[in-house]
Design a protein around this ligand. Structure first.
Ligand code: 5GP
Length: 156
């Protein structure tokens, strides 16, 4: 509300008084909008899918894309990504099991193309912070090309 008042020196002063409740509602609206904008903004992998960021693409289907990890942790290290975005593999499985099957089939195809299908490979989906997930657009890490050893260390 805009209040007019005569100051002691005789001038007209204006002041805003906004109730704490209105301020709280406004803050909640701003936060909700920021949240919406964040979920609408493209992840790195969407920019790769849209060819806005370059990547070494090794295979692509109508629903998936596979490209080499920029920081390989095995002789073969390819990321397999559904073109539709879900935060993690559990969300993908719940929402679209067929698309999860597409991701696994693409990984199997890439394993063949990379010549690691026979010897064996690992397909992992890091899920959440403790697992080291950094890109929140579900992706499988296809690892192979040498003996990989155990995946996780026992707790200390
Ligand atoms: P996460 O840690 O989420 O399971 O896996 C994300 C992966 O994306 C990491 O292994 C990381 O090396 C890879 N990565 C990060 N930035 C890029 C990039 O710009 N291009 C490619 N090809 N891979 C990336």
């Amino acid at each position: 509300m805009l209040n007019d008042a005569v100051s002691p020196s005789g001038g007209l002063t204006a002041s805003f008084s906004i109730s704490a409740e209105r301020l709280r509602c406004h803050r909640a609206r701003v936060l909700r909008r920021a949240d919406t904008l964040a979920s609408m903004s493209d992840t790195l992998f969407e920019r790769i899918i849209n060819r806005e960021v370059p990547a070494d693409i090794v295979h692509e289907t109508e629903t998936t894309i596979a490209f080499r990890d920029i920081n390989p942790r095995a002789t073969t290290h390819v990321l397999v990504v559904p073109k539709t975005r879900y935060r993690n593999v559990a969300e993908l499985a719940a929402a679209d099991p067929g698309l999860l099957a597409d991701v696994v089939n693409t990984a199997a195809k890439v394993a063949e193309l990379e010549g690691v299908a026979e010897a064996g490979y690992r397909l992992t989906f890091n899920t959440g912070e403790d697992a080291g997930q950094t890109v929140f657009h579900v992706h499988g890490h296809l690892l192979g090309g040498s003996s990989l050893g155990p995946e996780a260390r026992p707790p200390k």
